[in-house]
Design a protein around this ligand. Structure first.
Ligand SMILES: [Mn+2]
Length: 442
């Protein structure tokens, strides 16, 4: 588990039980049990029906919430034989960023490469795979826990790599406007998108909160809500509980164990994170510029490999299915990704097995009709997750659009975006730009 994800998992867990003071009573909406596609009901709780258009008025300054009922989705029981379509209809890696420096996307030598034998694990038959990983099994994943220097909350959340990429792009394209979507370009770290998406599949999450800042000229940045920083600084890798720390640490140790040192990792004690900058398009109108932390690159298959360290998995356990859905979403945001899971013995910390998955194979593991139906958490349905991810981003853009003073405003306008336990997305205008919001030129 990378510190990036870990922070997110813990932050999400931590949002439990927090009530927002400025959010009106949530509209009680029952999720339909029907397996058919939903129909948009007019939500009379929002405004008089004479003014309604799909439950709200577009462009109206009073448009501050998107009710859950406007989310149309596939049946939670439907499992296509093929992995659901990608989250973006178009997406590409445009650059790499590490140690304050930008590199072209092809410079995979700055990414930790998988060790030679491990890089051959993909698609290798069982017997051969057994030989390839033999050397690594039994490795103590709790071994060097004292050497760990975790990323700070600010490092975890910075979009500096994206800003650096935009500036570089402008230098190379003088006079041209940088734009991914015709209307909006959302600049964000990957974990915010993963986090929004997982909201629907985690009943422990009471609500989700983010800062969306309209920077002008169609740029929207997403940042964490600093209101909850005090909670985040006590969880996950920052936790004082030695057992939680150990489990979080094992993810880092797995990365060290399976990858070669890169040139930039020798200089200091802690590994310098490497980010891929990804341009994704949700629609012609909405584009994203995303910072994705990378674990490893496979020089043989030429894929980005996401490394995960889990305890032994059982698909009868809904939390495990949730973890795999999260991994599937995460890897769906970075083009050309596959997954390698290191299974640890929770007590001794020994590495028990290393399993390789394509995204398709992973999808088939947690999404098939033979598994017990979990209605409360939308059956961890991957297709519904893709639809919900699209819905969240689109709704955020719609809400921002309806509440900004002007498309070409020259002063950043910050908003708090919350998703309540019922899945209603609510926007609140803020008077002050939170201190962690990174301002950039548009
Ligand atoms: Mn990872």
């Amino acid at each position: 588990m990378s510190p990036e994800q870990d922070g997110v998992v813990k932050l999400a867990k931590d949002l439990e039980g927090i009530n927002l003071h400025n959010v009106p009573n949530p509209v009680k909406e029952r999720r339909k049990k029907s397996s058919k596609r939903k129909i948009i009901p007019t939500s009379s709780l929002i405004r008089p029906s004479s003014q309604q258009k799909n439950g709200y008025l577009e462009g109206s300054p009073e448009f501050t919430r998107v009710p859950y009922t406007s989310f149309l989705h596939t049946s939670i029981r439907s499992f296509p034989t093929k992995s659901p379509t990608d989250i973006f209809y178009e997406s590409k890696e445009v650059a790499l960023f590490t140690d304050n420096q930008l590199y072209v996307a092809a410079r995979k030598d700055v990414v930790p490469n998988l060790k030679k034998d491990i890089s051959h694990l993909y698609e290798s038959p069982l017997l051969e795979a057994r030989k390839l990983k033999a050397l690594y099994l039994g490795h103590d994943l709790f071994a060097n826990i004292d050497e760990l220097v975790p990323m700070t909350i600010a490092e975890l959340d910075t979009i500096a790599p994206c800003i650096s990429y935009i500036e570089d792009w402008r230098l190379n394209n003088p006079g041209k406007p940088f734009k991914i979507g015709k209307k909006f370009t959302v600049v964000t770290t990957r974990h915010h998108i993963v986090d929004l998406t997982m909201h629907l599949f985690d009943r422990r999450n009471k609500q989700k909160s983010l800062i969306a800042t309209y920077m002008g000229n169609g740029f929207i940045s997403l940042s964490r809500n600093p209101k909850y920083d005090h909670k985040m600084s006590k969880v996950g890798i920052y936790s004082s509980d030695p057992n939680i720390k150990k489990i979080c640490y094992s993810g880092f140790e797995l990365e060290n164990c399976l990858t070669e040192n890169t040139k930039n990792s020798g200089s200091s004690d802690s590994k310098c994170p490497v980010f891929s900058i990804v341009e994704g398009k949700l629609s012609e109108d909405i584009g994203l510029l995303m910072r994705c932390e990378m674990d490893a690159f496979n020089p043989v298959s030429k894929t980005n490999t996401e490394l995960k360290c889990f305890g032994p998995l059982s698909m009868q356990n809904s939390n495990h299915r949730k973890k795999l859905l999260k991994t599937w979403i995460q890897t769906g945001l970075l083009p050309n990704s596959d997954i390698m899971i290191g299974l640890r013995d929770s007590y001794s910390g020994q590495l028990l097995d290393i399993q390789w998955y394509s995204r398709d194979a992973l999808f088939r593991k947690f999404n098939h009709p033979g598994l017990p139906l979990n209605k409360k958490e939308m059956n961890y349905n991957a297709k519904v997750a893709v639809e919900w991810c699209n819905h969240c981003i689109k709704s955020t853009c719609d809400l921002v659009e309806a509440n900004i003073s002007h498309y070409n405003c020259n002063k950043p306008e910050p908003f708090e975006v919350n998703i309540d336990p019922n899945g209603t997305i609510i926007i609140t205008k803020l008077n002050i730009i939170p201190r962690n919001v990174e301002i950039f030129k548009t």
